[in-house]
Ligand binder design. Sequence first.
Ligand code: KE4
Length: 439
Amino acid sequence: MSASEQGGPGGAGPRSRRLNEAARRLFPGGVSSPVRAFKSVGGEPPVVRSARGPWLFDVDGHRYVDLIGAWGPMILGHGHPAVVAAVTRRVRRSVATGTPSPDEPRLAAKIVKAVPSVERLRFVCSGTEACMSALRLARAATGRDVVVKFEGCYHGHGDAFLSSAGSGALTFDAPDSPGVPPAVVGATVTVPYNDLAAVERAFATHAGRIAAVFVEPIVGNMGFVEPEPGFLPGLRRACDAHGALLVFDEVMTGFRVHRGGAQALYGVRPDLTTLGKVIGGGFPVGAYGGRSDLMAMVAPEGKVYQAGTLAGQPVGMTAGLTTLREVLAPGVFERAAAATEALASGLERALRTAGVEAVAPRRGAMMGLWFSARAPRNLAEAKATRADRFRAFHRAMLTAGVYLPPSPFEAWFVSTTHDDAVVRHVVDAAAAWARTGPA
Ligand code: KE4
């Protein structure tokens, strides 16, 4: 790895700027996914040429501690030797064949063994596809149309979910995307997170019409927001009482907040689960799964149609299988969780000592940072936090060589390679910023 200086100009260096300018001429915002454009924090994104362990290296020779982790997949850090070796071997054999491949059932078996409610599953190419497919299956299984989701939760960019969505949609304050027919969003009911009374009102208002309740069991897409005690069990009871399916969107939390996902952490069993990110090890892999009777409704066994040219793509299967084998080995997940705890508690201590109000909620290897006295419980409270302070913080950290998710409404992702020295660097950079007496 070439020598590189820690940190950079607090944004894009000259080569990054030239590349970003060329990209903007060719595609919207110069990015392949909106949140990467830095619109919420200002400035231009450094263009990353390579990554290793906890480090990102941009095209201008700057080095950063990575706390995006590709938005969740890279729990083993970048360039894990076992993953690189397995993927290299697989690529030499085949890239895509459009046929069954040996690691598909092996990866599926690993997931079924680890995630309590998943008895059978189907692979797709993204979390969006997983959520779209799970919704179609829930509607077919119940004969109902309406889906309940929560303000600030994000389930990919499928039409049905783009109402009061989180993540990038939230960042741009345009939760309801143009191009989504009112009839589609009309079958979506959005209620505040952690509000069981609102869920009961939705079931009363739409009696007999609600197919499913979709929830991020820990939210990563309005920033890191945890379920209050009783919320998830309350959703389970409400769905059972009203004949609806409970769907846990664990695209982000799966193998990230616990070895078995949030459902193992909280002991609540959904009917369907969506997965992504870690199960692909950085390759485009998603999955939806759950009760066998429901999955038997999916073509070609049943009539619920879902398909994909590159679903189950062999290289992604091998990357995901190797990643899960590594992260589920004794002590490995726990290493990432310990690094997360050290980082979150270190940041809270450093910022509060300097008089900056901050709270860093965390679970497993996923965390958040709020400039507020307490962690938000829903979207309204998340929006009331000091997003302006986050913008100043983000720029200062980038200059100090820490690449944070470029939005206050995103979660942070820690890997097994974020060792004590890396954690100390991040905490010291935050403390230095806090001592400047931020506005
Ligand atoms: P993808 O289609 O991006 O693979 O997954 C959509 C999705 C579904 N469900 C949850 C809980 C998710 O977090 C996501 C995607 N997460 C965002 C991060 N906020 C991906 C980053 C991006 O959109 O660029």
